[in-house]
Design a binder for this molecule. Structure first.
Ligand code: GLU
Length: 293
């Protein structure tokens, strides 16, 4: 039913305005541009500003300036996550109705302390593919009365996906089709590796994972082209797509642009920032050349 489609190909570039664009973003948007051209598809821009604590208008303005300078044009209006909270809320309600969401009260510090205490005792603690310790089971196992009491007390919490329960609703192993540097062909998704992922927090009403699958479906995205740093996140996206009955796009995870220290570029990477390269006399053609286009 929901097989990847190559009819009416739709690609998207989805930066978060929580920093300036750098060469890694340029590689991503130019790969999208090239593939969209090859497939005869559209390339959409999406501003992923769901986390309003980190996103700033000045970053967004610079993103638009940098993309225009690189010679890229996008259809308007551009989708901004902050304008679609209702859609994410609806998706969250669907997962809640399936009994897959629970309030999680442990703070990051508390999780860290538990993790450290377990390690001190020589007990292994599982980590997610990004290296973060998995969320412990306490809140998931909390009796309903205690949960209700804590909620009533107004204690700050996030909403997490009950991964085990969610996986019990998956009849056959989830997969995704990859054409990039993550491997070629059918990949097995392993959402369990992420544990009980966050779906919503008080300061960001929808998590990256939840908003991205809702957005990709809403925009009819058929080809998700992004950096290899998000390869493993695709497992969570495939699970959410399955649970929410959303279509499955094709995936292409491209290599990352590394800094002189061999690490992936960060948003504060001054010298590889697009604006900094422009200021130091590089032309858009230079940037394309630098990245192999
Ligand atoms: N907003 C994400 C970022 O800037 C990209 C999300 C995606 O392409 O799925 O890293």
């Amino acid at each position: 039913m929901h097989s990847p489609s190559r009819q009416n190909p739709v690609f998207r570039f989805a930066p978060s305005p929580n920093g300036f664009l750098h060469l890694g973003h340029a590689l991503s948007v130019l790969t999208n541009e090239q593939m969209a051209k090859e497939e005869g598809g559209r390339l959409l821009l999406r501003i992923e500003d769901i986390d309003q604590t980190r996103c700033r208008a000045e970053f967004e303005d610079e993103i638009f300036r940098d993309l225009a300078w690189l010679g890229l044009e996008f259809e308007t209006p551009v989708r901004r996550q902050s304008q679609h909270l209702e859609e994410y809320h609806l998706a969250l309600s669907r997962l809640e109705a399936l009994g897959l969401v629970y309030p999680a009260f442990l703070t990051r510090g508390e999780v860290k302390a538990k993790h450290a205490a377990a390690e001190a005792k020589g007990k292994a603690w599982p980590h997610d593919p990004d290296g973060a310790p998995l969320y412990p089971p306490e809140d998931r196992q909390r009796p309903a009365t205690e949960r209700a009491h804590l909620l009533k007390s107004g204690l700050r919490h996030t909403l997490r996906l009950d991964m085990q329960k969610a996986l019990s609703l998956v009849a056959k192993p989830l997969t995704f089709e990859e054409t990039g540097d993550g491997g070629k062909g059918t990949m097995t998704a392993d959402p369990a590796a992420w544990g009980d992922v966050v779906l919503s927090r008080s300061d960001a009403p929808s998590s990256y994972h939840l908003s991205v699958v809702v957005d990709d479906a809403a925009q009819g995205v058929t080809h998700v082209v992004r950096g290899l740093d998000l390869f493993h996140a695709t497992s969570v996206h495939r699970l959410l797509q399955h649970l929410l009955g959303l279509p499955e796009p094709l995936y292409h995870h491209h290599r990352l642009v590394l800094g002189p220290d061999g690490r992936k570029l960060s948003k504060s990477e001054g010298s590889t920032g697009i604006a900094a390269l422009k200021a130091s006399g590089h032309s858009p053609a230079d940037i394309r050349g630098l990245l192999g286009f």
